[in-house]
Design a protein around this ligand. Structure first.
Ligand SMILES: [Zn+2]
Length: 75
């Protein structure tokens, strides 16, 4: 399924309704490129890749430049 982002860009959505991080059913889903699935938005906010200032995920940039990489989710 394709979803449209705020900027009009279309991205592929994932089909999972169960969150691979906590194992619960997802209520507010976000697309996580790191896990490659939908996850709860709560995990996204606490992920090291989430940048509070820009509210964006730094995962793509870190994948290109592994020196920027940081540890995984904290629960
Ligand atoms: Zn979850």
């Amino acid at each position: 399924m394709m979803i449209t982002l705020a900027g009009g860009r279309q991205v592929e959505d994932y089909a999972n309704t169960e969150c691979p991080v906590c194992g619960e059913e997802i209520h507010h889903a976000v697309v996580c490129r790191k896990i490659d699935a939908n996850i709860c938005d709560t995990h996204c906010r606490y992920c090291r890749h989430y940048m509070k200032v820009t509210q964006k995920c730094s995962y793509a940039a870190e994948r290109k430049n592994p020196a920027l990489a940081m540890p995984d989710f904290k629960y």
